[in-house]
Design a protein around this ligand. Structure first.
Ligand SMILES: [Zn+2]
Length: 106
């Protein structure tokens, strides 16, 4: 048996073998300069796209990080995981605080 070398979940957009020459302000996929920065996204609300420097190419709809030119897919996933963890931690600390305030514990 051989270990699978191909990752079936890898994005076809990410080609790690090719050199990544990114010119700021242009789409790394189609070279178009017609980019928009969404103010609000479903995955990150208002903070997410700002935080990840998220831009969308109007020509080919490629979504990427304006600073690096790389796709933001991984960052978006991490952002969502981080948001959920932050929310849970916030709720947990709030619950602990309330429990302590109301003398349920301690
Ligand atoms: Zn493009």
């Amino acid at each position: 048996m051989t270990i699978e070398s191909q990752n079936p979940y890898a994005s076809p957009l990410v080609d790690e073998s090719s050199s990544h020459l990114y010119q700021t302000g242009k789409c790394p996929e189609c070279d178009s300069a017609d980019l928009t920065r969404p103010r609000f996204t479903n995955w990150g609300g208002w903070i997410g796209p700002w935080f990840l420097r998220h831009v969308i190419c109007q020509n080919c709809q490629y979504e990427f990080n304006f600073k690096s030119g790389y796709t933001n897919k991984t960052n978006i996933m991490m952002y969502q995981v981080f948001s959920v963890i932050a929310l849970l931690l916030g709720l947990a600390s709030l619950a602990l605080f309330l429990a302590w305030e109301l003398d349920w514990i301690g």
